[in-house]
Write a protein that binds this ligand. Structure first.
Ligand code: FAD
Length: 339
């Protein structure tokens, strides 16, 4: 465990925003994570867990408690018929894991290439992109239960995965220690489901391609949208998509791209709603801006403040509500601040 309490949290978030924490500790093993959490519970300290800081908006005032930076590393592979079961430590960098799996011929996470952050955060909001979601390959999530004070494992069906949601999202109780994925031993990707990805690969929807080709095409598409971290590209100083695509059961504009979901609800494109409410790529408010490449991504290109970013977020949310009567909800986790 190491104590690094003097640095502001902006150093540990991809937005480059956030004031200091009262205590900031780096933990590098399950034992260190558990004893760090137990100390906070004992001292009744507010606790914030951070992986890569790529899905959080932290207040300019920082965090009035302890931040644990989760940096446990490594994974363990077990053969499982024509599959492998891979248990990965929560602090391992997600894309390093994805790269290794595609290189070793393990299929199932290749379309999730290039997503920033750590493995332990991927079940939290059921990370997804380009037609894949981690809920399709996760078989188990091992957590420390802050309420009961013990370790337990949730099977996939107990994780309550939904679109960008699970039982772990915004629930302080669970601390993810490791995640187990079941991947196919196969040099080919799963069926390519996402039309834009199929076009980029020059294949039909439902076709399969070599894992390296799928990864490469996803990375190219993501780079074009500023969705791969790049210190030279201010559009990537973001937390990814700021809002989720709203799930509506009533009216929505018929021209908006939409996708039917279970239980009769429809998922509507938040990017379309935002653009058609008058907020275009590159739109600025104060020092915050909509990415010049991706409408859903709110960025901090000019070293502004969380206040700037939240004001932009509020303006967009209120503009969409006024124009279409649909409320956008943040995908990002707001820490010590509100929209
Ligand atoms: C450029 C860019 C592109 C992105 N693209 C995508 C995308 O395509 N698809 C997508 O789904 N997301 C995307 N994201 C969002 C983000 O990368 C993912 O949500 C990622 O999984 C967050 O990981 P993290 O380690 O950075 O989480 P953090 O931001 O550190 O934490 C996120 C939340 O999880 C909690 N948390 C973190 N670790 C643990 C743990 N071990 N146990 C319990 N709680 C924990 C935190 O307290 C916080 O509430 C993108 C972000 C950026 C900046």
């Amino acid at each position: 465990m190491s104590d690094d309490s003097r640095s502001p949290l902006s150093v540990h978030t991809t937005l480059g925003l956030g004031g200091p924490a009262r205590h900031l500790t780096t933990v590098t093993s399950v034992d260190e994570i558990v004893s760090g959490v137990r100390e906070c519970v004992r001292d009744e300290q507010p606790l914030l867990l951070l992986g890569g800081g790529s899905n959080v908006v932290v207040a300019d005032d920082g965090f009035p408690g302890t931040v644990l930076l989760i940096r446990s590393q490594g994974w363990d592979v077990k053969p499982d018929d024509a599959h492998v079961s891979v248990t990965v430590q929560a602090g391992h960098e997600w894309d390093e894991f994805v790269l290794a799996m595609t290189e070793q011929g393990f299929s199932g996470v290749e379309c999730l290439s290039g997503i920033p952050g750590a493995v332990g955060a991927t079940p939290i909001q059921n990370v997804g992109a380009y037609g894949q979601e981690v809920s399709e390959t996760i078989t188990a999530v091992t957590v420390y239960d802050r309420d009961e004070g013990g370790i337990r494992t949730f099977r996939n069906d107990e994780c309550l995965f939904e679109y960008r949601h699970s039982r772990f999202k915004r629930a302080e109780r669970w601390v993810v220690l490791d995640v187990t994925f079941r991947l196919r031993v196969d040099p080919l990707s799963g069926p390519i489901a996402y039309p834009e990805l199929a076009r980029r690969l020059g294949v039909g929807q439902g076709d399969r391609v070599p894992l390296a080709a799928a990864r490469q095409a996803v990375l190219e598409l993501r780079r074009g949208k500023g969705m791969v971290l790049d210190p030279d590209d201010p559009d990537t100083r973001s937390a990814g998509s700021f809002f989720t695509n709203p799930l509506v059961s009533g009216g929505y504009p018929p021209q908006a791209p939409s996708w039917p979901m279970p239980n009769g609800v429809v998922k509507v494109s938040a990017a379309w709603l935002i653009e058609n409410a008058g907020f275009h790529k590159g739109y600025r408010r104060g020092l915050a801006a909509i990415s010049s490449k991706h409408t859903l991504s709110l960025t901090n290109p000019a070293h502004g403040t969380t206040k700037d970013l939240l004001e932009l977020g509020r303006e967009i949310r209120d503009g969409v509500l006024d124009r279409f009567g649909i409320t956008l909800h943040p995908e990002v986790v707001l820490v010590n601040c509100t929209l």
